[in-house]
Write a protein that binds this ligand. Structure first.
Ligand SMILES: *Cc1c(COP(=O)(O)O)cnc(C)c1O
Length: 456
């Protein structure tokens, strides 16, 4: 052990932050407002309230409040699985022979296996406080649906999950975790909604898509009395809830007397990276410190690195609001052989604006190299990482190897968002060498990007 830094740094329960941070309050250039697909005008609370929970809508539209108190009930739920440890990756450092000091913040230490529970409990709490009966949502791979079902079970709310049909059939284990926590899980498209029946009539035998599951979940929320729709990433409120990750990391680093040089996280819709990095970006915006921050995305779904900063729909079905974000086009679907998650076509509007303003960089990595990194991490640090998290591992290893060349002992902090126990089909492809890298061509991307909605 060097520098007397322990393998694991835990905060005490009393040191769990009691507020969430809203980076928009420190941003000079605020993210552009969400736009209603119906009116073409900025969304108001009145537009949002029939679909989403009221408290959450206020948070969504609030560019000015810097700190939000974490409700006592949410804080006590957090104490079931938080604070999450900040671990020094001594074994990985040794395997790489790097002088860099690598730290990772592990968010997979709960049954849902990812950071998504941090927002699920906050959203379920708001639904409960509003006196609702339940919530509806969609889930693709299943992490969000699992997290939400845990949160609603805890608070005694009903939870209706529309799960993309091919995942419903191929991932029976996640489905059963959700059902164990009391959620009803419907394969989408289904005959339980009008939009589902329409899609089934037009495309018999379809295995579904996230866009279609969103449409069904929204319809179920607005047509069932006492229900609202909730979403697990991209939205400003989700990013705010996830700042518990970055605030805990800051507190742990402070305890250790360590100043981070680099912060690295994977980016799908941007919630974990935003949660980890925005408290640090806030320091940068206030001129208090400087960090190199890297968003890591899949080369097969490269929103930041090859997308356009423009207004676009958040869903394939084009019923959700339009957001100004880095996007590949709402009709973009990553290649079928992409196994590593992070498949959303757009990106958090907050992170998009910050990236546009040069506060962090982004890089795209190919999935075979991601699984190589995952394997090395599993063998050295013991944790079987989620494919999504492994994008951050890839970039962390690459940065640590650069330090080996330059001899610099940089402090690298990485977000390890979850575990990969339900992703063994992807690991199987990697292990049996049937995994390949298929990147979208410029022509393909231009085709989708040429179809972006016109908004002025
Ligand atoms: C959902 C998920 C992600 C990506 O979502 P973000 O909103 O970009 O954080 C990353 N890792 C894991 C384990 C996930 O479940």
């Amino acid at each position: 052990m060097s520098n007397n830094i322990p393998y694991k740094t835990y905060l005490s329960e009393d040191e769990i932050p009691s507020k969430w941070y809203n980076v928009r309050a420190d941003m000079k250039n605020k993210p552009a407002p969400l736009i209603s697909p119906a009116t073409g005008k900025p969304l108001t609370l009145e537009d949002l309230n029939p679909i989403f929970c009221e408290e959450l809508n206020k948070m969504e539209l609030d560019n000015d409040t810097k700190w939000f108190d974490i409700p006592e009930e949410v804080l006590s739920f957090y104490k079931m699985y938080r604070p999450s440890p900040l671990t020094r990756a001594y074994f990985l450092e040794k395997a790489l022979g790097t002088p860099a000091h690598i730290y990772y913040k592990f968010e997979g230490n709960n049954t849902s296996g990812s950071h998504k529970l941090n927002s699920a409990i906050a959203q379920a709490y708001c639904a409960k406080k509003q006196g609702l009966k339940g919530v509806t949502t969609e889930t693709g791979a299943g992490q969000w649906g699992t997290a939400l079902s845990m949160a609603t079970a805890f608070l005694g709310l009903d939870c209706k999950v529309y799960m993309v049909k091919c995942s419903y059939e191929q991932k029976p284990f996640r489905r059963e975790v959700m059902r164990t926590y009391g959620a009803s899980v419907t394969p989408s498209p289904s005959d339980t909604t009008e939009v589902g029946r329409k899609i089934l009539a037009e495309h018999p035998g379809t295995t579904g898509s996230l866009g279609c599951a969103i449409s069904e979940a929204v319809e179920a929320a607005v047509t069932n009395d006492g229900y609202r729709y909730v979403l697990g990433s991209v939205l400003n409120q989700v990013l705010i809830h996830q700042t518990i990750i970055g605030l805990e990391t800051q507190a742990a680093l402070k305890k250790l007397g360590v100043k981070a040089d680099m912060i690295i996280g994977c980016a799908g819709g941007g919630s974990n990276l935003g949660g980890l990095a925005t408290p640090f970006i806030g320091e940068m915006l206030r001129g208090e410190a400087d960090y190199k921050i890297i968003a890591v995305e899949p080369a097969s779904c490269p929103s930041f690195t090859r997308g356009k900063f423009a207004y676009d729909y958040c869903d394939t079905g084009r019923i959700c609001p339009l957001a100004k974000m880095y996007t590949l086009g709402s009709q973009f679907i990553p290649s079928a052989n992409h196994a590593g998650g992070l498949r959303f076509h757009g990106m958090s509007p907050i992170l998009s604006q910050l990236y546009h303003d040069g506060l962090f960089e982004a890089r795209a990595v190919e999935q075979t190299s991601v699984f190589e990194a995952a394997t090395l991490f599993a063998r050295t640090e013991g944790i079987l990482p989620a494919p999504e998290s492994s994008h951050a591992i890839r970039a962390t290893i690459d940065e640590a190897l650069k330090c080996k060349e330059t001899g610099e002992a940089k402090n690298i902090v990485m977000g390890l968002t979850g575990t990969g126990y339900f992703d063994l089909v992807a690991y199987e492809k990697f292990n049996s060498k049937t995994m390949s890298d298929q990147l979208p061509t410029d022509e393909e991307l231009n085709e989708y990007l040429s179809r972006l909605p016109k908004v002025d």
